[in-house]
Design a protein around this ligand. Structure first.
Ligand code: DGL
Length: 285
């Protein structure tokens, strides 16, 4: 049955608004609750155990808010925590990794692709595994680019510094048979223009956020969960910490973002209760 319940989208911080931007383009009628864990960002340098724990807490909080589907916008959390979340939840859980891998397999002509992301994403091998599940012939080079996230957060997305750092990480890709590059991190789409300039026009650049929005739309349609709303949906943007820098970044990522950031304490009762409720046997509080 069509559902007016909101879609839950979460990320380690503000970067996941790149995914929200794509979802808003494709599904403007849907209500959305976005949660950004700005108090505990970055996830990309943390251990799988901690990333899974944070992801479970956030998923439980969103489920307690009645979401009909969960989008894990954070590549690091998708890479590390998706199977655990799918096991825990009885709503559709959509991650960015599978969508990005699918786009890469469809785009490559040489059968060689590169994926860039945080250290935790790369160490998880989630992208190469997803690519070979889709097509065992396609080879994947994975590379961590740890300076990209702080660069984007500091507004350095073009110019000589951005170009030098992009070349530092990616120059050799131009000399290889790789014809497709997956942006396996929420922040990297903001560097796309400078990457295009540095790496040349032939390279296909895949933004995992785009494929994720498409996959979400397909799943809602298939399960008959799309909103029957005739007007644009309502959006709530909730964060675990709020600073001027986070607000400025949100405005850069999501045109039209009005700075309407709500905050909630991840150490507080709302989070604890939500996780207890989700993990308790059916019916118990
Ligand atoms: N959101 C993270 C990702 O997409 C990047 C920022 C972080 O390290 O938390 O992997």
């Amino acid at each position: 049955m069509p559902s007016t319940k909101p879609i839950g989208i979460f990320d380690s911080g503000v970067g996941g608004l790149t995914v929200v931007a794509r979802v808003l383009e494709l599904l403007p009628r849907e209500d959305i609750i976005y949660f950004g864990d700005t108090a505990r960002v970055p996830y990309g340098i943390r251990s799988p155990r901690v990333i899974r724990e944070f992801s479970r807490e956030i998923a439980a909080w969103l489920v307690a808010r009645g979401v009909k589907a969960l989008v894990v916008a954070c590549n690091t959390a998708s890479a590390v925590a998706l199977p655990a979340l799918r096991q825990l939840l009885d709503i559709p859980v959509i991650g960015v990794v599978e969508a990005g891998a699918r786009q890469a397999v469809e785009a490559t002509r040489t059968g060689e692709v590169a994926v860039i992301g945080t250290a935790s994403t790369v160490n998880s091998r989630a992208y190469p595994d997803a690519v070979s599940r889709l097509d065992a012939q396609v080879r994947t080079l994975s590379r961590a680019c740890p300076l990209f996230v702080p660069m984007v957060e500091d507004g350095i997305v073009e110019g000589p510094v951005a170009e030098a750092v992009i070349r530092h990480y990616l120059a050799d890709i131009r000399q290889s048979r790789i014809d497709t590059l997956v942006l396996g991190c929420t922040h990297y789409p903001l560097l796309q223009s400078e990457m295009r300039r540095a790496l040349g026009p032939e390279l296909r650049i895949v933004d995992a956020a785009e494929g994720t929005a498409v996959e979400l739309a397909e799943i809602l349609a298939r399960l008959d969960l799309a909103s029957p709303n005739l007007e644009n949906g309502r959006r709530r943007y909730v964060f675990s910490d709020r600073t001027d820098a986070f607000q400025a970044l949100a405005r850069r990522i999501l045109p039209g973002f009005m700075g309407d950031m709500e905050t909630v304490d991840v150490e507080g009762g709302e989070f604890r209760d939500a996780l207890r409720l989700l993990e308790s046997p059916a019916g118990e509080a």
